[in-house]
Ligand binder design. Structure first.
Ligand SMILES: [Zn+2]
Length: 89
């Protein structure tokens, strides 16, 4: 029992230390978060909240992957995904 508590405690300490490191190193990253008007397809169903990015769609006029309803093209303010395999503009 004592050993379990000891392990739990040391895990907590490790998490706290990790968190501090993330905070100090993450400060620069939070400033770099960019929002961009992105083309998205939103499910036409009123009960379904599904949407997909235009560049992730499977066909010219995609159907909702959840409920198979028609999807409507619109735009959303989305965080720019830094994909290193793609060109950044
Ligand atoms: Zn749907």
């Amino acid at each position: 029992m004592l050993l379990i508590w000891h392990r739990f405690f040391s895990d907590c300490v490790r998490l706290i230390l990790k968190g501090e490191r993330i905070l100090t190193f993450g400060r620069r990253n939070t400033e770099e978060i960019k929002l961009e008007e992105t083309k998205v397809w939103v499910c036409s169903s009123t009960v379904c909240k599904c949407w997909i990015r235009d560049n992730f769609k499977s066909s010219a006029e995609p159907l909702c992957p959840i409920c198979n309803s028609k999807m409507i093209l619109t735009t959303k303010e989305l965080q720019v995904i830094n994909n290193h395999s793609q060109k950044t503009y």
